[in-house]
Ligand binder design. Structure first.
Ligand code: ADQ
Length: 465
């Protein structure tokens, strides 16, 4: 069997319970297959210093990480990845910072990673590259002569061609995707955008279903919605910390219905709109006073990017004004925490909540939606209020679907969720559970890797870059 090599911006020890969608999912995969996981060490060294490699063995997995120079990190990570690709791929051209210098740094780091990884590769390795930080990695590996099968999975959305085309250098970026053998997206919508882009902008020729030929290469595209490990998450719910959290929450909020939101503090997650919808709920439905409490947990994220500090301040001010205007001596409508919750406690929190608010303005998938479903008591389950703009909405049809930009409409849906009789909650939950079980993290991994294993080994050389 071929060895699996995973490459992603950050690497996590798969023996530890990690936070973050990508880290959680990849730890699952590598623990099962063994292999090599390569990425950035998280260390920034002074410019001009020799960026060193670190090797660590974690059970069946070898972790190899590389340091980044200060200005490379600024251009590759803060600049191009999170200042250009993240906002544009989430349809936020208004937040993009198209600085000329970023793309060169992005390319330099991908070149550095390719040079460091290539000597570690074996001929029959299968290489799986993850996410927007590393789009040109395969092209750089091919330029060094690597002919292994290489797949790419994009964890975030791919916007329609005319939004993508606003990025200076977008044609270079998409051309780089043709160095892969398989390119995977979260949702059918993203796949359609890819098909439309390569047909119109790259003049690619269709040679099969979602199979395209351009730049002397053939790439197979597909939608592989990521899932969670349902058993692992339910195991956490039954473990000591999960149960303790559940019981504590139930005691504390015995007379109230809990609503819960768990996100990274990111402008794509629609947090201000969510709080405005909650405020509209309190305004329109006075019976919710004292009877509903929203717990919003937003973990610190990318605080070196200015759009993130803006959203932090907006959120603090909204929470303060809701509590100031509606709060009573014995009732705080919103409990807002700017921190990460330890993963073993999450299922207890979800299970104690009647409603989950997963209302991103745009999201590749959103794993919180799936975790919330997995953690529920099937006899008395909570209700998922889900944005139609999350990738998860293509699969989780029995959720209460909302348009997060429509504050009043979202408030009405939350009200419906709070009122929903137990019979309807059970029926919806049963279907949602069946979906997340069928399309779990193992399905995701196998479906992608099966396609990649069937691809023919590639030609080397990158005449197009
Ligand atoms: P993220 O944008 O990080 O991931 P998401 O899918 O919601 O978003 O994953 C978050 C993970 O981190 C979940 O496992 C969640 O439990 C955990 N998490 C989030 N906030 C937390 C908090 N405050 N405290 C503790 N844990 C928290 C990206 C894409 C998503 C895609 C994933 C996986 O943006 O669309 O679903 O990758 O592909």
């Amino acid at each position: 069997m071929s060895r699996l090599v995973v490459v992603s911006n950050r690497v996590a020890d798969p023996r530890k319970t990690a936070a973050g969608g990508l880290a959680v999912a990849l730890a699952e995969v590598l623990n099962n297959t063994g292999g090599l996981w390569f990425g950035w060490s998280g260390r920034i060294v002074e410019d001009g210093g020799q960026p060193s490699l670190h090797t660590q063995h974690a059970g069946p997995v070898t972790l190899v990480t590389a340091d980044l120079g200060q200005s490379d990190h600024a251009a590759y990570y803060v600049g191009y990845s999170n200042g250009v690709l993240w906002p544009v791929f989430h349809y936020r051209l208004d937040l993009a910072d198209f600085d000329d210098g970023y793309i060169a740094g992005y390319r330099r780091v991908n070149q550095q990673f390719a040079r460091q990884l290539a000597p570690l590769l074996r001929e029959d390795d299968i290489i799986w590259v993850h996410d927007y930080h590393l789009i040109p990695l395969a092209a750089e590996l091919r330029a060094l002569g690597c002919t292994q099968r290489i797949g790419f999975f994009l964890h975030i959305p791919l916007p329609p061609p005319l939004i993508l085309a606003a990025i200076p250098g977008h044609d270079w970026l998409i051309r780089a995707l043709f160095a892969y053998d398989v390119v995977g997206f979260q949702a059918e919508a993203d796949l359609l955008h890819f098909d439309n882009y390569v047909a119109a902008e790259a003049h690619a020729q269709p040679v099969g279903e979602h199979r395209w030929r351009a730049f002397n290469r053939t790439v197979q595209a597909g939608a592989y919605p990521i899932g969670i490990d349902v058993d692992e998450f339910q195991g956490l719910a039954q473990a000591h910390e999960g149960r303790e959290m559940f019981e504590r929450m139930r005691r504390e909020y015995s007379r109230r219905k809990l609503l819960v939101g768990v996100d990274r503090l990111d402008y794509s997650k629609g947090l201000p709109q969510r709080l405005k919808a909650f405020r509209a709920l309190l305004t329109r439905y006075p019976e919710t006073h004292r009877s509903a409490t929203l717990i919003q947990i937003a973990s610190p994220s990318r605080e070196d990017v200015s759009a993130y500090t803006d959203i932090l301040h907006e959120l603090e001010s909204l929470c303060g004004s809701i509590n100031g205007n509606f709060g009573e001596l014995d009732w705080m409508p919103v409990r807002y925490m700017h921190r990460t919750v330890a993963r073993p406690r999450l299922p207890g929190l979800y299970r104690a909540s009647r409603v989950a608010l997963v209302t991103p303005l745009r999201d590749g998938m959103n794993l919180v939606a799936k975790e919330f479903i997995a953690a529920q008591d099937p006899a008395d389950p909570g209700v998922l209020v889900l944005s139609r703009f999350a990738g998860a909405a293509e699969q989780l049809k029995e959720a209460l679907m909302v348009n997060p930009y429509d504050v009043e409409g979202t408030a009405n849906a939350i009200h419906l969720a709070l009122q929903m009789p137990v019979e309807e909650r059970r029926v919806r939950h049963e279907s949602l559970m069946a979906t997340i079980r069928q399309y779990d993290v193992h399905w995701w991994c196998n479906a992608f890797l099966d396609t990649l294993a069937q691809a023919e080994s590639a030609e080397s050389g990158t005449p197009w870059l």
